[in-house]
Ligand binder design. Structure first.
Ligand code: GDP
Length: 295
């Protein structure tokens, strides 16, 4: 991930280091290159504009001009601003509240929602929680079987969904089964569609209103770049998200969605999906990602 962006930034900063003392022109030239590199990485143009203006404001200040290693200072400013853009500390999952906690997984078909539900169950199990998986996608009967199979792999119970039932009723009915199984986190794998549509949103809103989830997590495919950002915006406007899980990050050479989502939609990325295997889920740390981008 970010291979191209990393290489471009490394070149820019190498040139900057070659200057010794920096003039405003050197910094302006470097910022032009950083701007292009970010745009090529498919970062939202408005985000890039604000980012560059913020970095410039700090980089032409006394702090850099007086420093003995000015290029290093510029790199540090870019690093800090990248962290700010992506959400500084990162936001953890809500793990406290009335039992069972309810996490609602939403997203478009193919984004990786069902897989991520199972990955999250495994992650929670490792943290000492007792998750319960609920297939609530009756549009795609194969999704129910898929979640049952994944549940077996991670050894987490899966609700025996009746595909003839309404998804809201399925979610409500699963509460009693989760309690019987002494589970403390419900993970609802809701229906997806190829595109955001009214019927899908109405169904998700109904589930949200009845189940009051602590987390409404959008699972979005990082490879779709700015489309993932637009999808996040639609879901957030209609539903109110608490976080995003960005999937297929390991195959995304550009990384624009990871850099833009927080700034455009104001919803934190909470996890990254980094592979098809069920343990390929990483907690999102903006500073680690900034380090990865800056090499
Ligand atoms: P859903 O329609 O949103 O429920 O999507 P699925 O969970 O069925 O996933 C669609 C495809 O994406 C499957 O082949 C998954 O194995 C794959 N997938 C999910 N997450 C990741 C990821 O982080 N990396 C990669 N490479 N593949 C993923």
């Amino acid at each position: 991930m970010f291979d191209h962006l990393s290489d471009r930034l490394a070149e820019t900063f190498k040139r900057l280091k070659g200057h010794g003392k920096l003039t405003e022109q050197n910094i302006a030239d470097a910022m032009r290159e950083v701007r292009l590199a970010l745009l090529e990485a498919d970062v939202n143009y408005k985000v890039v504009k604000d980012f560059i203006s913020q970095v410039k404001k700090r980089a032409v200040g006394q702090e850099v001009m007086r420093s003995i290693t000015p290029a290093q200072m510029v790199i540090k400013i870019v690093h800090d601003e990248l962290c700010t853009l992506m959400g500084k500390e990162g936001e953890p999952l809500v793990l406290t509240g009335k039992s069972p906690l309810v996490y609602m997984m939403v997203g478009l078909q193919g984004a990786g929602k069902t897989t991520t539900s199972a990955k999250l169950a495994l992650n929670l199990k490792k943290r000492g929680k007792k998750p319960f998986l609920v297939p609530a996608d009756v549009q795609r009967p194969a999704a129910i079987e898929q979640l049952k199979r994944l549940g077996k792999q991670v050894d987490v119970p899966v609700f025996d969904t009746d595909p003839g039932q309404d998804p809201v009723d399925i979610c409500i009915a699963s509460l009693a089964d989760a309690a019987r199984a002494e589970c403390d986190v419900l993970i609802l794998d809701t229906a997806g569609r190829l595109h955001v549509d009214e019927a899908l949103m109405a169904q998700l809103k109904a589930i949200k209103e009845r189940l009051h989830p602590q987390e409404a997590l959008l699972v979005a495919d990082s490879m779709t770049g700015q489309d993932a950002v637009n999808v996040a915006q639609s879901f957030h406007q209609s539903l109110g998200l608490t976080g995003v899980v960005l999937t297929k990050v390991e195959g995304d050479a550009r990384g624009g969605a990871a850099i833009s989502i927080r700034a455009v939609v104001d919803v934190p990325i909470k996890f990254l999906g980094v592979g098809e295997k069920l343990d390929a889920l990483e907690v999102f740390h903006p500073d680690r990602l900034a380090n990865r981008i800056l090499g």
